[in-house]
Ligand binder design. Structure first.
Ligand SMILES: Nc1ncnc2c1ncn2[C@@H]1O[C@H](COP(=O)(O)OP(=O)(O)O)[C@@H](O)[C@H]1O
Ligand SMILES: [Mg+2]
Length: 232
């Protein structure tokens, strides 16, 4: 579904990605792990067109998308839920969700019914300002907003960051159902390794802007190599 090869990217003259290769299939959750500063968020920004790669290719459903502007990439069905969630705190839940529908690019701002199947609690909160929700609820809103764009691929950047443990489990379950239930391909960036390996079937580890290790989650759970790469 999404295939990345040989991606290089830099901020100005500072190289950050040094030849990233990875692929994620329909209905698959791929965990992207790595210490702070290795380039995980930068890769997400490249995939949604906010930062242009200096080399390499990004293929989505067989089409090269590396040169497309962000709105075209969104219309194709690639959604990004940024680190720190990025909801608009002064706008209501409904308004935040309506903004998510723009990613479809079809001019229709109806909130898809499936959003309330996945997030029933939000239907009681539609008129509430996003900023009055708890951290966990704001993360749910961010995921729901991404779902409003009818994505085929979801890029989730540390969705469990700063969230209470009981809600983290709930978020993990939801991510798994996006993949299993609607066939979404998910790239899950996480510092919560247990969560990532529980939700993802396969994981890759990034170091200094490159994928240095890849494996099935059940193998990685016990691997010393992984602890070394992640310094845990
Ligand atoms: N906007 C930016 N301008 C310059 N350097 C940046 C910018 N964003 C991130 N960096 C640098 O790029 C590297 C990778 O950052 P990032 O992709 O955020 O890593 P991660 O998400 O893995 O923690 C870091 O060295 C970081 O300091
Ligand atoms: Mg990051």
């Amino acid at each position: 579904m999404l295939r990345v090869s040989g991606i290089h990217a830099a901020y100005g003259s500072v190289p950050v990605l040094n030849g990233v290769d990875l692929a994620v299939e329909q209905g698959e959750v791929l965990a992207l792990l790595g210490r702070n500063g290795v380039g995980k968020t930068t890769l997400m920004r490249v995939l949604i067109g906010l930062l242009k790669a200096t080399a390499g290719s990004i293929e989505f459903a067989g089409q090269e998308i590396g040169r497309l502007p962000p709105h075209r990439i969104a219309h194709l069905g690639i959604a990004y839920v940024p680190q720190g969630r990025g909801i608009l705190p002064r706008l209501t839940v409904r308004e935040n969700l309506k903004i998510g529908t723009r990613a479809r690019g079809d001019g229709n701002d109806a909130i898809p019914a499936e959003v309330f199947d996945y997030f029933p609690a939000l239907s009681q909160r539609l008129d509430q300002a996003g900023g009055t929700l708890s951290g966990g609820e704001q993360q749910m809103l961010a995921l729901a907003r991404a779902l409003c764009g009818a994505p085929k691929v979801m890029l989730l950047d540390e969705p469990s960051e700063g969230i209470q443990p009981n809600i983290v489990q709930e978020i993990g379950r939801l991510i798994a159902t996006f993949a299993n239930g609607r066939g979404t391909a998910v790239i899950l960036v996480e510092q919560n390794i247990d969560l990532a390996l529980q939700v993802a079937r396969r994981a890759v580890i990034m170091e200094k802007g490159r994928i240095v290790h890849e494996g099935k989650s059940e193998e990685l759970r016990n691997e010393a190599a992984m602890r070394r790469f992640l310094a845990i």
